[in-house]
Structure formats: C-alpha cells, structure tokens
Design a protein around this ligand. Structure first.
Ligand code: HEC
Length: 145
C-alpha cells in the first residue's frame, strides 16, 4: 500500500509538471486539471467498490487534488479558447454559472477533507456527493469533440 501511495503521489506530481510546461496553452492546462480530477475520482471509486483497501492517505490525496484542481480550472477559459477542446461555447455565455458549478465541487471536496471519510462505505458516499458535480457540469458545458 505504501508503494501505491508513493506511486500515486508521483503521478500527481508528474501532472503538475506537465501543467506548468503547457502553461501557455489553456486547453492543455484545463484538460490536465480534469485528468487529475478524473484520476482522483478513480482512486475513490476503487476504494468504494472494494477493489482497493481503504487508505486514509489515498483518500486525503484524492480529495486535496480534486479541491486544488477545480479551483484553478475556471481560470483556464480565456475568450475564444473553445477551439479543439470539449469546452462548450455555453461556458462563455454563462460564465458565472460555470464558475459557481466549479466552486460547488471545490466546497464539497473541502467539506469532505475536513471530515475525512473513515471507511469504505463513507468513501462511497463521498464519491456520490462529488460525482453529482461532474455530470451536472458536463451535461451543460462539455461537448464531445
Ligand atoms: C465546472 C464544470 C465541471 C465540473 C464540476 C467537472 N467538470 Fe470535468 N470537464 C469540464 C469541461 C468544460 C471539460 C472539457 C474541457 C476541455 O476540453 O477544454 C471537462 C473534461 C473532463 C475530462 C476530460 C479531460 C481530458 O482529457 O480532456 C474528465 C476526465 C473530466 N472532465 C472528469 C471530471 C470529473 C470526474 C468530475 C467530478 C469529480 C468533473 N470532471 C467535474 C467541466 C467540469
């Protein structure tokens, strides 16, 4: 388990580095942030389903990554940057709502971090709370390329 924790920390660190390298391309940055969020949700889902043993450090890292990434996410949408991405033009028409949806996921992640889910069942509930945010925003603001 220790090794797994170290490996996932390295993966997260690696993503951080590529985000910095691609800092001038907002599409790459925001997709990389979403990938980190997706990977963190995958880690939580693995525990929730019993595929991975409960590990408080993994849960903490996943929630921290989701919270940090979603807070940086809405800043990566300069006007005209929808080309070649899955970002819907509706984002720019409803920027306040889009930002509010991002902020909601950030608040949920912070709330769960403050009361860290303590076992498999609690991780399942946490994943359910977080997961509502994903679909809620994707349906409105993410289009398939
Ligand atoms: C505030 C809105 C919003 C929320 C909340 C949100 N997403 Fe996204 N997500 C997007 C948008 C917009 C894109 C498309 C970005 C682009 O292509 O420029 C995206 C893309 C993605 C991608 C594809 C990244 C890639 O490789 O291109 C994944 C994976 C993803 N989201 C996972 C999640 C998960 C898991 C959650 C919930 C924990 C979540 N998202 C919550 C808006 C959101």
């Amino acid at each position: 388990m220790k090794l797994k924790t170290i490996l996932s920390a390295l993966v997260i660190a690696g993503c951080g580095v590529s985000a910095v390298v691609a800092a001038d391309d907002p599409v790459k940055v925001r997709e990389s942030l979403m990938k980190q969020i997706g990977g963190s949700m995958g880690a939580l889902a693995g525990i929730a389903k019993g595929e991975k043993p409960y590990d408080a450090e993994v849960v903490k890292t996943a929630l921290t990554t989701i919270g940090t990434s979603i807070k940086a996410f809405p800043d990566q949408f300069p006007a005209g940057s929808e080309a070649g991405s899955e970002a819907s033009p509706k984002i720019w028409e409803n920027m306040d709502d889009f930002k509010a949806k991002a902020a909601k996921l950030g608040t949920d992640a912070d709330m769960l971090l403050a009361q860290l889910p303590a076992d498999q069942a609690a991780v399942g509930e946490a994943a359910g709370v977080l997961g509502k945010n994903c679909g809620g925003c994707h349906q409105l603001y993410r289009v398939k390329k």
